[in-house]
Design a protein around this ligand. Structure first.
Ligand SMILES: NC(=O)c1ccc[n+]([C@@H]2O[C@H](COP(=O)([O-])OP(=O)(O)OC[C@H]3O[C@@H](n4cnc5c(N)ncnc54)[C@H](O)[C@@H]3O)[C@@H](O)[C@H]2O)c1
Length: 450
């Protein structure tokens, strides 16, 4: 589709969202340099650091982490960039507070373990930062999510969850198709996090050492993430699947989740992995993991769509987020990379290779920025979350994914835990927008700006 047609369609879809021609918008702000800080430069934060350092419109002022090894990697990346070395804050778990007290930042990126996100988001807002980008999952309990929403409202500030899958190229092409009505009226959607994480949840204490350690002896996510599999049973990582789905059906913007119900399978995967790789006498072979190997969640929407999410991280399997977007005219499924549209696909009731459709409906954001995505993580999509955060700061606009999106997507974790705890009962989905979902309009990816 031509860019000008996209912009016209997007503007119509946005209804009341003012459209500013991109050329004028960018000319006005070309010389702005935003001051950014980072908390957490582990596996994920280093990628964000690299993306921030690549930008001429960003100054990375300061970095905080508690791990000297990863801070050394961060310093190497900063040196290689040729930019001014950011000030480093470290020493204890609250060094980030000192960093926020000492620096006036326009924005911050948080890429720490999940259990730190709420405190660091609210701490950043309290320190006066108006743009907070947090890695996925913004809290553990349901109340955590409310606290983040209330803090963002109190400070009239932006909290954007850096949900990169919303920007995956095929996911965005499908968004484009959804908005053009190719699938008809949407009826049912599926997604999830289906990723064999056994060698992420366990290692031998370093990047290269294989092993079955976690907690104190584990490295990177094995240091903290695995504990969640010991103590919690639910969909612990819903946002990669639900983020794109929420954009497809305008959740919090004319639609909302109303109820949720989760089921958990038995668990064998993590225990078997320990026994296979560490032996049955390894102390971790005695650990009783609470997380079911496959957790399946159904969500109902006020506009009548159903959603099915699956969290599947403990068993051998190829990676797939398992998307299915199904409407009255046809469907896309990512696992077989196929599309079927009635009366348009070549043969009745037979899959077509999705590629030709995805190419045809390639989203203008990708058309415009694909050069800049080169080298960015996860096939380039990581570029867009940092880009969106920085551009929102430059233009003083709300972030395209906001605190209500973040809370709604991330709250699936505690809600699914509650449902399973109650014997797979259906639980009510809270409305973080306080009724405003009825009036809010779609804003995500309506132009080719960010
Ligand atoms: N969107 C994606 O594709 C994607 C991919 C990987 C990870 N993530 C998310 O990114 C986040 C971080 O994951 P990761 O893989 O980088 O984990 P990691 O363990 O490699 O990095 C976390 C970093 O936080 C630091 N940290 C811990 N406590 C701290 C504190 N109090 N103050 C300062 N620093 C502290 C650790 O030292 C570590 O360097 C998680 O939310 C994870 O789910 C997202």
């Amino acid at each position: 589709m031509l860019r000008k047609d996209f912009i016209r369609n997007a503007s119509l879809a946005a209804a009341s969202v003012a459209f500013v021609p991109t050329k004028d918008l960018f000319a006005a702000k070309a010389d702005v340099k935003v001051k950014m800080g980072l908390i957490g430069v582990g596996a994920r934060g280093l990628g964000h650091l690299d993306l921030l350092l690549r930008r001429e419109d960003v100054e990375v002022v300061c970095i905080c982490d508690v791990d000297s090894k990863t801070l050394n990697s961060a310093k190497r990346i900063a040196t290689k960039s040729g930019k001014k070395m950011p000030e480093i804050f470290t020493g204890d778990n609250y060094a980030w507070k000192t960093m926020l007290d000492k620096n006036k930042l326009d924005g911050i990126v948080i890429a720490t373990p999940w259990e730190w996100h709420k405190e660091m988001i609210i701490g950043s807002l309290d320190a006066g930062i108006k743009y907070v980008g947090s890695e996925v999952i913004i809290g553990i309990s349901l109340e955590d999510h409310w606290e983040v929403v209330r803090a963002a409202e109190k400070h009239k500030a932006n909290v954007m969850m850096l949900e990169n899958v919303c920007y995956r190229r095929d996911v965005m092409a499908v968004l484009n198709m959804v908005r053009q009505g190719v699938f008809g009226e949407l009826i049912h959607l599926q997604g999830g996090y289906q990723h064999d994480l056994r060698d992420v949840k366990f290692n031998g204490g370093s990047e290269v050492d294989k092993g079955v350690e976690f907690g104190e002896k584990g490295y990177s996510e094995a240091h903290w993430r695995t504990e969640h599999s010991v103590h919690r049973n639910g969909d612990l990582y819903p946002t990669h699947g639900v983020g794109p789905i929420a954009n497809y059906i305008n959740i919090n913007r004319g639609n909302r989740f109303t109820s949720l119900c989760s089921f958990s399978s038995k668990n064998r995967g993590l225990h078997n992995y320990i026994v296979k790789n560490g032996g049955e006498n390894h102390p971790n072979a005695k650990v009783n993991f609470k997380l079911g190997d496959v957790v399946t969640t159904s969500i109902n929407c006020v506009n009548g769509e159903t959603i099915l999410l699956q969290h599947d991280t403990n068993l051998p399997r190829p990676y797939s987020l398992g998307f299915r977007v199904q409407g009255t005219e046809g469907l896309w499924m990512d696992v077989n990379k196929s599309i079927y549209i009635q009366d348009k696909s070549a043969k009745p009731d037979q899959w077509e290779d999705a590629k030709q459709w995805l190419d045809k409906y390639d989203h203008p954001l990708w058309q415009r920025w694909s050069k800049e995505t080169a080298g960015a993580g996860h096939g380039g999509m990581d570029f867009f979350v940092i880009h969106a955060l920085v551009e929102s700061i430059k233009y003083k606009t709300p972030t395209p994914l906001d605190v209500y999106d973040a809370a709604t997507w991330s709250a699936i974790s505690p809600l699914s835990e509650k449902s399973i705890d109650l014997g797979c009962q259906t639980v009510e989905f809270p409305d973080f927008t306080g009724g405003n979902w009825m009036y809010r309009k779609p804003v995500f990816a309506l132009t080719d700006n960010y």
